[in-house]
Design a protein around this ligand. Structure first.
Ligand SMILES: *Cc1c(COP(=O)(O)O)cnc(C)c1O
Length: 653
């Protein structure tokens, strides 16, 4: 091999390992052109296979693509070099980066992945901290009328992870558990992942990071100790000293105890340590539902937390007191959100409505009064279909992807014909996926109404089944519904809901116009948001803290029809889509019936007539919607807001 081709292969390896390809289409196109590339295969795995075939194959390929490889590599290097050492450490139990890395279960993880990608775009010095789950989250099949779960093993070496060589230890269940620290690159943003599948560990310890949200409470507690405590130790071992620690949900709360103990070990009093930790920490809460908060029985945590009580020189009771919430009652479970609110200096909810609800939910904790709202956004270049990105680049000009209002103000120049051709292609791609995965042939002239999210009961996937007459009319009038979503393996009610949708889809009433696409993941999600005409969301208000799928659909020029909850409650305006009125009924059955009837009335009387009206009114609505929402719904806007309101002022202290 020549020196030249060795350098090219090296550069190609860097491009494949760095997950910038998940949103940078020129890089993605290059990697997809590799011999042996397949959509569900990580490019590093493709390269690994190529290493086993005669070397001329790869050598010849790299020579042919030399200019492209060198250009993209130089660009990536420039981006990485522009960012200094991390000032912000962003802790999350899941990260949704690519469908080839099943390290996420839903909105929380996707949000975390989008946060890292937007930080890279903004050259913000941030490092992500998470766990490397060997089996991650499950793949879903639909069989026998319900969900079947299948786990795949992730090989870190062929998924872009690089072993940092660092191993940290954390006391868990009375033993020192070792965790290897892997490093992923998300553009300019590093992501550190801890993995307890290390030979020196016991069999039980090795399985701590086996799967996402699996096992019993004890297993979960052990995962959270590795994430929080191991995460801080990993930063130290790598010589990193961020000035801000951002907790994406309470799962990483043990990092707070480790930070306190570091200060006390270094000679601070507890009061000084608490002040220092307060100045450096931000807690983002994600659920307005009390049952959604992570809690542990006191008996479970007592033994585990004794080492930190000792290092802090306090009675364990005091420590447990910090994690207690009056609303939890006499059993006083260890409440991770309470601990985070007690020790963090700043806290926020993920929409303005959610912030208001959170202040009430945590009212007994004094600091909760200061919970503010930063509404979630989505990473535009990840979620907007590439054809439409090209039109945005040409017509709106630079800055649209980070929410620049002056760019979105030019949306009037995108013609009906441009929108129509993009939508026809995207709808066709979605209908192909539907046909391949379900066998159903939907009508390319019909109106596709999409509904996809976790099958959590509060999201009410089956709401429209409550108005059979209204639904029958909608199906007659040209509506077709595409569902997707996974139910948590231990959530019987969620699975029953999914089975109900599958049964209806297969029934005569559905007439082949209702389908459930299996295995909702990032790839299916991208096709669904781009290929739908209308995005439906009907949670029980105010339980959807933000919701982000509707934001992704909106950026694709799809109109939302949603209950006024989360982001839609914050930003809905007349004439940009449809708001399903909330029922004031106190009886849940009556509330659901009323809201189902409202939903189908809107679909039948407003959505479908406008969709099939040939006057262009639909595209006028789309342009109005984009001009209004484009500046608001991007992760660029969100991360910039975190930076101005929290990261910068906290870092200056
Ligand atoms: C965006 C997204 C979600 C979150 O959707 P919500 O509307 O917030 O429930 C879940 N899963 C995937 C794969 C997503 O892309």
């Amino acid at each position: 091999m020549t020196e030249m081709s060795a350098a090219l292969e090296e550069a190609l390896g860097v491009l494949a390992r760095n997950h910038r390809w998940t949103w940078h289409h020129p890089t993605r196109r290059l990697l997809e052109a590799l011999p042996g590339s397949a959509p569900d295969r990580h490019p590093v795995a493709t390269l690994a296979t190529l290493a086993t075939v005669p070397s001329e194959v790869l050598e010849q390929w790299t020579t042919t693509h030399a200019g492209e490889i060198a250009g993209l590599y130089a660009e990536l290097t420039t981006i990485r070099d522009a960012v200094g050492p991390p000032q912000v450490a962003y802790f999350s139990p899941e990260f949704g980066i690519a469908s080839q890395l099943p390290q996420y279960s839903g909105g929380l993880g996707i949000l975390a992945g989008d946060h890292l990608k937007a930080a890279s775009d903004l050259a913000l010095p941030l490092v992500g901290i998470g766990l490397l789950y060997r089996q991650g989250f499950f793949r879903q099949e639909i069989a026998g009328g319900g969900q079947v779960e299948r786990y795949e093993t992730v090989d870190p070496d062929t998924s872009g992870a690089v072993d940092t060589g660092v191993i940290v230890t954390v006391p868990v269940a009375g033993a020192d558990v070792a965790a290897r620290v892997w490093r992923q690159e998300i553009g300019a943003t590093p992501l550190l992942l801890l993995d307890t599948d290390v030979e020196s560990n016991s069999v039980e310890a090795r399985s701590i990071t086996d799967r996402l949200y699996s096992g019993d409470r004890r297993h979960r507690l052990h995962q959270e100790l590795i994430l929080g405590v191991g995460g801080v130790r990993a930063l130290r071992a790598l010589g990193l000293a961020p000035t801000v620690y951002h907790l994406n949900e309470g799962h990483a709360c043990f990092l707070l105890l480790e930070l306190l103990a570091e200060h006390v070990d270094a000679g601070s009093t507890l009061a000084e340590a608490r002040a220092a930790v307060r100045a450096a920490t931000l807690f983002t809460t994600h659920t307005p539902v009390p049952a959604g908060i992570d809690r542990f029985d006191r008996d479970l945590v007592r033994g585990e937390l004794a080492p930190w009580a000792r290092r802090l020189g306090i009675d364990l009771q005091v420590l447990l007191g910090w994690a207690t919430m009056r609303e939890d009652g006499d059993t006083k479970p260890f409440n991770t959100a309470a601990l985070a609110l007690e020790l963090c200096g700043q806290a926020n909810g993920v929409s303005q409505l959610h912030a208001t609800v959170s202040r009430q939910l945590f009212a007994s904790i004094p600091r909760a009064a200061a919970i503010t709202g930063i509404t979630n956004g989505v990473h535009a270049r990840t979620w907007v279909t590439p054809d439409l990105q090209q039109i945005y680049d040409e017509v709106l000009g630079s800055g649209w992807d980070n929410g620049a209002p002056e760019a979105w103000a030019r949306v009037g120049a995108i013609t009906d014909a441009m929108f129509a051709s993009i939508r026809t292609v995207a709808r066709g791609e979605l209908l192909d996926i539907v046909a391949v995965t379900t066998g159903a042939q939907l009508d390319p002239q019909g109106c596709v109404i999409g509904f996809a999210r976790r099958f959590a009961t509060y999201k009410r996937a089956g709401l429209l089944l409550r108005d059979p007459a209204g639904l029958a009319r909608a199906l007659d009038n040209g509506a077709q519904f595409v569902f997707a979503g996974k139910a948590h393996p231990a959530d019987g009610e969620g699975k029953a809901l999914l089975a109900e949708i599958v049964a209806f889809a297969e029934s005569r009433h559905a007439g082949g116009r209702v389908v459930l696409v299996p295995d909702y993941d990032i790839t299916i999600a991208q096709a669904l948001y781009a290929g739908s005409d209308v995005w439906l969301n009907n949670p029980i208000r105010p339980r959807e803290a933000c919701g982000t799928s509707g934001e992704k659909a909106a950026l694709n020029g799809v109109l939302n029809c949603s209950i006024l909850d989360g982001w839609w409650a914050d930003w809905y305006a007349d004439g940009i889509g449809w708001a399903i009125p909330n029922s004031s009924a106190t009886d849940p059955e009556e509330r659901d019936d009323t809201e189902a009837a409202s939903l189908l009335r809107i679909v039948n009387d407003e959505v479908l007539p406008r969709f099939f009206d040939q006057s262009g009114a639909w595209w006028d609505t789309v342009r109005r919607m984009l001009e209004h929402l484009g500046p608001l719904v991007t992760a660029g806007r969100m991360v910039a807001e975190y930076d101005h309101r929290f990261y910068l002022p906290m870092g200056r202290r």
